[in-house]
Design a protein around this ligand. Structure first.
Ligand code: ADP
Length: 464
């Protein structure tokens, strides 16, 4: 039980709990706050300003002004790039406190936050700093005597709504491309994890980001989130979370001002282990694919398909690996798994064998440490079964054969296919879903399209 875990005091103080609007930390308009917790114990660690429609109005007004009157979109792209670089430097400088705060509020292992996620956070901003001054349009060879060019302009005020499973990385995936393209932002954090975004927003100010360019509102989805998605002065909305909420966001956007929407939603990703795979490696990777971050990944490899010839061996080893998993206080060295985000805490990860395709655990996203293992015989069959879900976020393929890998990567309907690896994230690699896993791509060059308008400028040529 949680009480049996020896608790370690996080080496960080909570400094920022108010909304950041127009460069100032401010109370909610209503004066309300809501509690945020340490998932290790369920203890309240801070009371945070609770935003609603009025706070969203204020934040959008600040972002609107910073966009329409400048200085952000009017600043030179090089200056914007420099601010992003300075911010990434500050993230590196403060990475230990940030990792501690992330673990404290989310429950993920500190070692994972400090050694994988914080370096990735800085890396994403170094990457987007590189794009800021390399965004430009085309000269277009149109028929007739015209000079035609395209201008790639920022969209305006971007509304962004993020989940609790990777609070800082989701912040980076959203904020990085939006700022690089010259937009201003109102971001609503998840109600479970409001703390780290406020901390890094403060670092952005130190880096020289002008007031009003990045506004952060804490609060709940149906109030603050819905107000943002339906705001008439927000020019674009980007959302990561559940498929059900994604549908609501799309509807709110459509019913208000038809703002374009990007969605990164749920998954039920297949992980396919072929008969020629190195079984020990496959066991380790399949385990990682599912259990990473307490199973709380939208792309978790939650349907493990194993070829019938290696099924028994795989199953035995997968069970042994799950039992060996070190569950405990996420601040402790060597702990692979901390508490789930909410009070419902699992002491042992779970593995289900002999799962059938139509069982609920093979169809619904669980978002927890539950691995379903399914048996297959033929490649055609496993492709059909792997694709028979409403989701299409990611897939894993484990084989030594190039032919098998090529066949599967082309046949799987998913936004990412990892071959002989899983959960490889990189600032330059696009991420997003087919089918009900989402709309659009984040990261990489593709993410820029979400935050740019294309303007065609047509001028007759003199004396032509
Ligand atoms: P999860 O199951 O991962 O918590 P949600 O989709 O419920 O996924 O939450 C992801 C984000 O969406 C959070 O910031 C949450 O506050 C927000 N959210 C939830 N419901 C709504 C809604 N009706 N309108 C706008 N945002 C919402």
């Amino acid at each position: 039980t949680a009480a049996a875990i020896e608790l370690i005091t996080p080496p960080v103080q909570i400094q920022y709990t108010k909304h950041l609007i127009n460069g100032q930390f401010v109370d909610a308009a209503s004066g309300k706050t809501f509690p945020t917790y340490d998932p290790r114990t369920g203890e309240v660690i801070a009371h945070v300003a609770e935003g609603d429609a009025e706070d969203i109005n204020r934040a959008v007004a600040a972002a609107r002004k910073a966009f329409d009157e400048g200085p952000w979109p009017k600043m030179s792209a090089y200056e914007r790039s420099r601010i992003l670089l300075r911010f990434a430097d500050l993230v590196e400088k403060h990475s230990e406190e940030l990792a501690a705060l992330e673990t404290w509020n989310n429950g993920k292992p500190y070692e994972q936050a400090a050694h994988a996620e914080l370096p990735m956070l800085a890396r994403l901003f170094y990457y987007y700093a590189g794009w800021a001054d390399k965004i430009h349009g085309l000269t277009v060879p149109a028929d007739g005597p015209y000079h035609v060019q395209t201008l790639h302009e920022p969209i305006g005020v971007a509304g962004q709504i993020i989940p609790w499973n990777f609070p800082l990385l989701m912040f980076a995936w959203k904020v990085g491309p939006a700022l690089a393209c010259g937009n201003t932002i109102v971001l609503k954090t998840a109600e479970q994890t409001p703390l780290t975004a406020l901390y890094v927003a403060k670092l952005f100010q130190e880096a020289g980001l002008p007031p009003g360019v990045l506004n952060i509102v804490s609060g709940y989805g149906p109030t603050a989130g819905a107000a943002l998605a339906s705001h008439m002065d927000v020019d674009k909305i980007a959302f990561t979370g559940s498929t059900d909420t994604g549908k609501i966001i799309l509807e709110l956007a459509a019913k208000s001002n038809l703002k374009p929407v990007t969605l990164e939603l749920g998954g039920k990703s297949p992980f396919i282990i072929c008969e020629d795979a190195d079984i020990d490696k496959a066991v380790e990777l399949a385990h990682f694919a599912l259990f990473f971050n307490q199973g709380q990944c939208c792309c978790a490899g939650s349907r493990t398909f194993v070829h019938e010839r290696v099924y028994d061996e795989f199953l035995e080893k997968a069970k042994a690996r799950a039992l060996k998993r070190t569950v405990g206080d996420p601040f402790k060295k060597g702990v692979e798994q901390g508490p789930q985000i909410d009070s419902e805490q699992f002491q042992k990860p779970t593995v289900f064998s002999n799962v059938q395709d139509d069982m609920l655990i093979a169809q619904d996203e669980i978002f927890g440490p539950v691995q379903s293992i399914l048996k297959f015989k033929e490649l055609d069959e496993v492709v059909r079964r792997a694709n028979s879900t409403r989701y299409g976020l990611a897939a894993g393929v484990f084989t030594r054969s190039v032919d098998t890998a090529n066949t599967l990567t082309r046949a799987l309907r998913a936004g990412t296919v990892w071959v002989n690896c899983f959960d490889v994230f990189d600032a330059a690699i696009p991420f997003g879903g087919y089918k009900m896993s989402g709309i659009g791509r984040e990261k990489g060059i593709y993410s820029l399209h979400n935050y740019l308008q294309v303007k065609a400028v047509v001028t007759p040529l003199k004396n032509a």
